[in-house]
Design a protein around this ligand. Structure first.
Ligand SMILES: Cc1cc2nc3c(=O)[nH]c(=O)nc-3n(C[C@H](O)[C@H](O)[C@H](O)COP(=O)(O)OP(=O)(O)OC[C@H]3O[C@@H](n4cnc5c(N)ncnc54)[C@H](O)[C@@H]3O)c2cc1C
Length: 1119
């Protein structure tokens, strides 16, 4: 089955050969008939599986941020594609307009609107029966719609006939609203879309789109004319076109009598901020960059930039961040993802230097510093000149993508993967375009502007997943002495497939497994001269053949017979010794071929099930040139623990590269489409038999998703979090896909208190009570990590430290001292321990953490988990009870264990002197159960997010909007009332600050019947007032007059506000209250939403207000 683009090219070629005029436009009826073909059967799947979900997902944030949405659809056809959006989105559409030049469609569209598909429309949809056009034409067909502004403009299937696509899109972009968050122009098109210069905000790809066409004369005539956009009455040309359709189409087995064509689709979305190219300091390439990978070549990027220095790379990143667009990077250009539809690409070609830092001293070692535009051969050549080498891949022209994502080659069994030799790197970070140096980079190559980062995470991530976190400008490799290679090859033909399977098993079990790590044996399965072949190449790297090698060789001769060739060569010559270059199919290198690869990691390839799949794969190859390459693993690859580097997949015997190959002149034909499909089909069958997938070739193609889920072994969750940390705007979205990180628990309860107070006991009771309410909860002890390390270093018994109370008591003091020493060395250790616990809480909604000893932990840690609500429950008990529980004498309890020394207020206190669960259970019902109240979620959903307001990069949460939504204020007030942990009847007044506080406090005051104490800007309240200075102004509140003062000494007050962010306002309010004589312990604060990233609680503690109890209903990450 050929692609529609190949079909179009072929049909037009035929038309030009016959010289028959064919340039009239199709009639409205013909167009309508052809349009139907795309919406039926296989064609509808593109809508179902791609267009509708993509649209809905893309529009969701925009729809969520607005109360009313206006839509312009260009060429919608007989009805709007928006019909299929979820009801919640359709309800937001208040204005709809369309350009629909096909009169038949326009009438049907008007008819369709009579059934009110969008219930909130405020006007009759305006449907212009003219073409949407750019520039000059617009002046001639002026429609008033051009003067209007829209939130969303959609080209779902109308771009095909448009001549100047860029100008058309640009006009549409100019018609977008200019309010914060902007609007979107969304274009769906076949993957041949080429809109030069404009960078897309988001891109989606649907490579598996199909179109099924009935194989009848009328339908094929109509279809061929639609595809070419040319009408012809000429019978000969029509017949020629029909025949070509039959030749290029495949039989639609699901729909007999129809022909199937491949119709990959793309979505590109543009915003007003999209950069056009003129703003770059890096030189832009005028011509499309030709890269090695043929698929990448036809994914037309918006622009290719070729930075000449690091500042240029930084500029590419910062302008992508500013414009909200993405970037791809071109290294060696061998993957399909270095160029991507309407994404800007950064070509690292000018970063092409290799430096050798050689040392005779083995202890110091030698290093190779390679810039990111270097190819494998550049590095090997330069290293060889100094008698050194680096374990890279087998082909000379492959670039940085290889060593940043793994790198399997002939030296892997001896020295590990390429990424294992990376000891340092210089990186432009994707989060801010800053330059960092990580790990060891020789000083002279570090770049004076680079900040040395002592963050082992980034280096860890670069060692195997290095294309996802920034643009790497150079890496430092550990170098090894360059070996000489002896390369032996065997080639065995098979008529009997059973014998082939048996031979594969013998090769695996009797030859490969026993090889020393100085040798590696690769196998190739391919079909040649009408027979299946298994070929083997053995690469031996030692200078003198060892005894072990001799034994293995003798066995190889016995099993494989005499070798077909033997060659001794060096690090450069070994590139030519590759089997597929020299031996297979007469040498692939000689011919012009295109290929497509995916790679899975296998153990025991001789085992029946795996061997059968491998042999069957070759039997079912769609083109004669397809083959399987099995690269040997084990040795040094397996020595590295799976979690020591990001690469993760270590436990395999062979990396199986499934390689679909076809002659280059068959690109886009049914052979090429079938070869790619074959690769994915075989990968799907092998996936359950594999121990992992190689991330190097994986990208945003949806067919890669299942493979990407098996790449990186156990490291995916950590990588997902690092992606969020280092590329929060996802500008490198087109590299190997990483999952979104699992959500942190929505509620984290720190159960603190002195030993013997019953923390672990209470935490366990509460966990089971949450679980009983169907809320997934777990308990973790933060001291466990320290105990583990303590046990390793002192030889103490870990299980007894964890389980045996008496044993734990014996080690208590030593453990505390051990922890303190560790913290002295690594001051951020408590934060690291805390985050590790939170991140390992997998699917828990509530995490209870015990063993925390930090002061004011909510203030100190909440910014680390900004999307979670963090509360502290302090469990207390009398000294008698605690000493009894610890099995110690009261006199043994050290003074630091004494109660009552806290200088901050925990969220809750529990006096736990009693026996059994009674107290803990009662506490749960009063204070903890409602922290997971489903109404909190309802309140969250009411709060709109407005991106880029009031400034770019700010995702504004409209808390006051709660009062603007029906039922919002009532719900919020009820929650404020029930969540306050004190007794409303004891409250003298509710203190509030304008403006947000007034709204929520007023409604609450009505419910609880407590008077308000108003705080406003200085000068806005009549006397008597008191004032204090606030950060940039003064605020004033009611003074404590002896008579009718709203606030009095000795009275309890609750401060109610909409938001707690930096804490500046709250500090001023608290100062004001203290000034009028209110005791700090008589003040409580409750806010609707807290933004922990601003560290408001930390400021309160610093300013001496740590003893004030502060509660919040919701917590939001972001600013
Ligand atoms: C003919 C051939 C032979 C191969 N042989 C081997 C082999 O022997 N061993 C092996 O392990 N693999 C091999 N591969 C797979 C190869 O490692 C991957 O295809 C790799 O992604 C190619 O890297 P590249 O730089 O050449 O490609 P590119 O397409 O330029 O880059 C690949 C990816 O890396 C990203 N990237 C490139 N440079 C940077 C940078 N500086 N910073 C951040 N991201 C960057 C790109 O954006 C892209 O996502 C081979 C592939 C082919 C086609």
């Amino acid at each position: 089955m050929a692609t529609l683009d190949t079909l179009k090219r072929t049909l037009l070629q035929k038309a030009s050969e016959t010289e028959v005029p064919s340039n009239q436009p199709l009639s409205d009826e013909q167009y309508s008939h052809a349009f139907d073909i795309f919406l039926k059967g296989a064609g509808w799947k593109t809508y179902q599986e791609f267009i509708i979900p993509q649209l809905s997902q893309l529009l969701d944030p925009l729809f969520h941020s607005r109360l009313r949405i206006s839509i312009l659809e260009v060429g919608p056809g007989p009805k709007s594609v928006l019909e299929h959006l979820p009801d919640s989105q359709k309800r937001k559409i208040t204005k709809y307009a369309a350009f629909e030049p096909n009169k038949l469609f326009a009438s049907r569209l008007e008819e369709w609107f009579r059934c009110t598909p969008f219930p909130s429309l405020e006007h009759t949809p305006e449907i212009s029966r003219s073409r949407f056009s750019s520039g000059d034409f617009y002046h001639r067909t002026k429609s008033s719609l051009y003067d209007e502004k829209f939130d969303v403009i959609i080209f779902c299937h109308s771009m095909y006939g448009m001549k100047d696509k860029q100008a058309t899109i640009q006009r549409a972009v100019n018609m977008l609203v200019q309010q914060p968050g902007g609007g979107l122009v969304v274009v769906f098109h076949r993957d041949s879309l080429r809109i030069q210069g404009m960078a897309s905000y988001r891109t989606g790809f649907f490579p598996t789109g199909l179109v099924s066409v009935a194989d009848s004369e009328d339908t094929l005539d109509c279809f061929a004319q639609f595809i070419t956009g040319k009408k012809t009455q000429d019978g000969t040309l029509r017949a020629l076109w029909r025949n070509k359709c039959r030749e290029l189409g495949a039989c639609d087995t699901a729909n007999p009598g129809s022909l199937l064509f491949s119709a990959p689709d793309v979505m590109v979305a543009f915003t007003r901020h999209a950069p056009t190219g003129s703003e770059y300091s890096a030189p832009a390439m005028r011509e499309q960059k030709m890269v090695k990978n043929r698929q990448a070549c036809v994914r037309f990027p918006a622009i290719t930039l070729q930075p000449t220095g690091i500042a240029g790379v930084q500029h590419c990143v910062t302008s992508a961040l500013k414009g909200g667009t993405g970037l791809t990077v071109v290294g060696g250009g061998h993957s399909g993802h270095c160029l991507w539809f309407n994404i800007r690409s950064v070509d690292m070609g000018l970063f092409n230097k290799v430096h050798v830092v050689a040392s005779e001293d083995i202890k110091v070692g030698s290093f190779i510093v390679a810039e990111a535009g270097c190819k494998t051969v550049d590095i090997i050549r330069k290293a060889s000149e100094a008698g050194l080498t680096v374990p890279l891949g087998a082909r000379p022209s492959v670039g940085a993508g290889l060593w940043l994502q793994g790198g399997i080659g002939h030296l892997s069994r001896l020295h590990g993967l390429a990424c294992d030799s990376i000891v340092g790197a210089v990186v432009v970070s994707a989060d801010a375009g800053k330059l960092f140096s990580v790990g060891y980079v020789p000083e002279q190559y570090r770049c004076p502007e680079a900040v040395q980062l002592d963050d082992s995470d980034l280096l860890w991530a670069i060692q195997g997943a290095g294309t996802n976190f920034g643009i790497v400008t150079s890496v430092t490799f550990k170098a090894y002495p360059a070996p000489a290679y002896t390369v032996r090859s065997w080639r065995l033909p098979f008529d009997d497939l059973f014998k082939a399977r048996a031979k594969l098993r013998e090769f695996d079990h009797l030859i490969a497994r026993d090889l020393p790590r100085t040798c590696s044996a690769d196998a190739y399965l391919f079909w040649d001269e009408d027979r299946l072949h298994i070929a083997v190449t053995m690469f031996e790297t030692s200078t003198a053949t060892s005894c072990v090698t001799l034994i293995a060789l003798t066995r190889a001769y016995k099993i494989l017979g005499p070798e077909k060739s033997i060659k001794t060569t060096d690090s450069i010559g070994v590139f030519d010794a590759e089997m597929y270059m020299s031996e297979m199919h007469g040498g692939h290198g000689g011919g012009k071929t295109s290929s497509f690869k995916r790679c899975l990691f296998l153990k025991d390839i001789g085992q029946d099930e795996t061997a059968n799949v491998l042999i069957k794969a070759i039997e079912t190859r769609p083109t004669p040139l397809c083959y399987l390459h099995l690269l040997q693993g084990g040795g040094a690859i397996r020595d590295v623990p799976a979690d020591a580097t990001a690469f993760g997949c270590r436990d395999w015997d062979f990396a199986c590269v499934i390689t679909g190959v076809w002659p280059r002149d068959q690109d886009g034909t049914k052979e090429a489409v079938a070869a790619v499909r074959w690769v994915y089909d075989i990968a799907e069958i092998l996936l359950p038999l594999s121990t992992g997938a190689y991330g190097a070739d994986l990208g945003p193609d949806p067919r890669d998703a299942a493979l990407a889920a098996k790449a990186f072994g156990p490291n995916l969750p950590r990588l997902a979090r690092l992606k969020q940390r280092w590329d929060p705007r996802d500008i490198l979205a087109y590299a190997c896909p990483l999952p979104t990180p699992p959500k942190d628990p929505r509620l984290i309860i720190l159960v603190t208190g002195e030993s013997g107070a019953g923390k672990d006991f209470c935490a366990d009771v509460w966990r089971s009570l949450f679980m009983k309410d169907d809320v997934a909860a777990c308990v973790s002890s933060i001291s466990e990590a320290t105990k583990r390390q303590y046990a390793t270093e002192t030889g103490a018994d870990l299980s007894r430290l964890l389980e045996d109370r008496a044993y734990k008591e014996q080690h208590r003091e030593a453990l505390t001292a051990f922890f303190q020493t560790q913290v002295k060395k690594r001051p951020r250790l408590p934060e690291e321990h805390f985050l590790r616990l939170v991140h390992s809480a997998k699917d828990a909604e509530v995490l209870l953490i015990t063993g925390m000893r930090d002061k004011a932990p909510v203030a100190a840690f909440s910014h680390l988990v900004p999307d979670s609500r963090l509360v502290e429950v302090r469990v207390e008990a009398s000294e008698e009870v605690r000493s009894a529980r610890r099995g110690a004498d009261k006199a043994d309890i050290k003074p630091e264990d004494k109660n009552g020394t806290l200088d901050y207020a925990p969220s809750f206190n529990l006096r736990n002197d009693g026996e059994g669960e009674l107290l803990a259970r009662a506490f749960f019902s009063t204070h903890l159960q409602h922290l997971v109240d489903p109404d909190l979620q309802s309140l969250t959903e009411i709060i709109r997010q407005i991106p880029d307001f009031p400034n770019t990069d700010i995702n504004f949460r409209h808390i006051l909007g709660v009062a603007q939504s029906r039922g919002g204020l009532k719900l919020c007030t009820a929650l404020l009332q029930s969540h306050y942990s004190g007794d409303w009847s004891q409250i003298l007044s509710i203190v509030c600050v304008e403006t947000g506080g007034f709204i929520f406090a007023s409604a609450l005051a009505v419910n609880v019947d407590v008077p308000l104490a108003l705080i406003r800007e200085k000068g806005k309240l009549p006397p008597p007032v008191v004032s204090v200075a606030k950060e940039v102004s003064h605020i004033s509140g009611a003074s404590s007059g002896k008579k009718a003062g709203v606030i009095r000494k000795g009275g309890k007050v609750v401060v109610v506000d909409d938001v707690l962010a930096t804490g500046n306002t709250l500090c001023a309010v608290l100062r004001l209250l203290v000034k009028v004589g209110v005791e700090m312990t008589d003040i409580s604060v409750i806010v609707v939403a807290e933004f922990p990233l601003h560290k408001g609680r930390e400021l309160l503690c610093r300013e001496g207000f740590g003893k004030v109890n502060v509660q919040s209903l919701l917590a939001f990450g972001g600013f």
